[in-house]
Design a binder for this molecule. Structure first.
Ligand code: UTP
Length: 276
């Protein structure tokens, strides 16, 4: 069974990048010459998730424009050597379908995903947080997870080992290790104190979710700052049925933070940038 849709929660304020994100979505910040969200869309399309469902918010119109044709630009550079620079986005536009809904109040990642229900319907779907830029020599992280879904048919979260003193920035899991890098989740905690954390296995911004998650999110009480946490809903799903955690192959950069963003920029510049 193929997973065809991927949800992109892109409604957050991106306060860590102010003032850059005052009038520009943080997802449009470029790593070298490509916006963060385009890296994410390319990863989803590679995994076969060609319907990209964006949960946007006020001030995020640039994202919708990016995934549409700019006739003026096409006309201006048509026949010139500059056309090559549009290749990657043209290819994305050829393969992908882009749907949007607005989250009117930023009530957390769980709420953003619930807002996307109308774009997803009743089928399993991917979720990609474009702040997390993942790079792998082989298949991308979502493609790895889509393959795993065919084996387990339940929600899957991507995890990574992080230093113990950094667990309070993440959702953290504990569970039984089934085989190399695959765990059945028993417990999940959002941003635990390092002393009380069940492990140092941190959830990063890639998920495959089964659609029963929507009803579970609806039942989930808001936590800190009135935000509905996806981690709390996933904990319920794990208790009632099954959630798997997967230690993905590849490198991940936390581009939601300034140091991670700079690290990703240097890495992409060194490994992928070609001047023409
Ligand atoms: P973050 O916790 O990184 O928040 O959200 P943020 O607002 O984007 O960034 P900072 O912390 O202020 O710098 C994690 C992901 O969830 C999305 C964000 O867009 C980001 O991809 N999100 C979060 C929403 O779409 N809606 C929300 O209500 C909250």
């Amino acid at each position: 069974m193929m997973i065809n849709k991927c949800l992109f929660p892109v409604a957050g304020y991106g306060t860590r990048f102010l003032p850059a994100t005052k009038s520009m979505p943080k997802e449009m910040l470029p790593i070298v010459n490509k916006p963060l969200v385009q890296y994410g869309v390319e990863e989803a399309i590679e995994a076969g998730m060609t319907t990209c469902a964006m949960v946007t918010g006020r001030g995020k119109r640039a994202i919708a424009d990016h995934f549409d044709i700019s006739y003026e630009l096409e006309h201006q550079i048509s026949g010139s050597g500059k056309e090559a620079r549009l290749e990657s986005i043209r290819s994305v536009l050829e393969k992908g379908v882009f749907t949007m809904v607005r989250q009117r109040e930023m009530k957390g990642l769980g709420h953003a995903i619930l807002t996307g229900q109308s774009l997803i319907g009743n089928e399993p779907f991917g979720v990609l947080l474009s702040d997390d830029l993942c790079i792998n020599d082989g298949p991308g992280v979502l493609a790895q997870m889509a393959e795993l879904y065919n084996q387990f048919r339940c929600s899957i979260v991507a995890i990574q080992e992080v230093p113990h003193d950094e667990v309070n920035k993440y959702g953290v899991i504990a569970g039984e290790s089934l085989k190399d890098g695959i765990y059945r989740v028993d417990e999940m905690v959002e941003k635990p104190d390092p002393e009380n954390a069940p492990s140092n296995l941190a959830i990063i911004g890639r998920y495959i979710l089964t659609p029963d998650i929507f009803d579970i999110i609806r039942e989930t009480a808001p936590g800190a700052h009135g935000e509905i946490q996806l981690t709390d809903a996933l904990q319920t799903q794990a208790r009632r049925g099954c959630v798997m955690a997967y230690k993905f192959k590849g490198r991940r950069f936390d581009c939601g933070s300034v140091p991670g963003f700079v690290e990703a920029t240097n890495y992409v510049y060194e490994h992928f940038y070609r001047e023409d």
